[in-house]
Design a protein around this ligand. Structure first.
Ligand SMILES: Nc1ncnc2c1ncn2[C@@H]1O[C@H](COP(=O)(O)OP(=O)(O)O)[C@@H](O)[C@H]1O
Ligand SMILES: [Mg+2]
Length: 141
């Protein structure tokens, strides 16, 4: 397990940029943490750490955003995904077969479909801007 303390959104992005350097093609990142915890902010840092230079916004409506960095990043929002059929529709299983990195908000909703080797990243609010960020799993944390 690895843990960081963040005191701002900018710090969370910086932590995620660092975290990105430990990632490998095919990794799956399963976020834990409620609305406003900083999952999208973390993913922004992650994408930039992987070399993406464009914008990173919440995939709430699109369900998945693709960031074609040298190792591509697929950013999912599973908030509205409740059944296996819903999940198939997002293309999740096709992305899983590929060599990109998946970062999944509201991963609680697809618990049973997550690979055993997933890396769980928990963002736990601890005051207005303070977040306790924990990474576990994937054989590295
Ligand atoms: N330490 C922090 N890390 C991340 N976001 C923070 C932090 N402190 C405050 N915030 C704010 O909390 C919000 C997090 O939003 P977002 O990343 O979209 O969360 P989520 O995707 O988990 O719903 C942003 O408005 C951000 O500015
Ligand atoms: Mg979000």
């Amino acid at each position: 397990m690895k843990q960081w303390i963040s005191n701002s959104a900018a710090e969370t992005e910086k932590i995620a940029r660092e975290f990105a350097s430990a990632l490998r093609p095919g990794d799956v990142i399963a976020y834990r943490g409620g609305l406003g915890a900083g999952k999208t902010a973390f993913t922004r840092g992650l994408a930039h750490g992987l070399g993406w230079t464009g914008e990173v916004t919440s995939p709430t409506f699109a369900l998945v955003h693709e960031y074609p960095s040298p190792v591509p990043l697929y950013h999912f929002d599973m908030y509205r995904i409740h059944t296996l059929d819903d999940l198939y529709m997002t293309g999740f299983f096709d992305y899983l077969d590929g060599d990109g990195i998946l970062a999944i908000e509201w991963s609680e909703n697809i618990e049973g479909a997550l690979p055993g080797e997933s890396i769980t990243v928990t963002l736990q609010p601890d005051g207005d801007e303070r977040r306790i960020i924990t990474a576990e799993g994937g054989g590295r944390f």
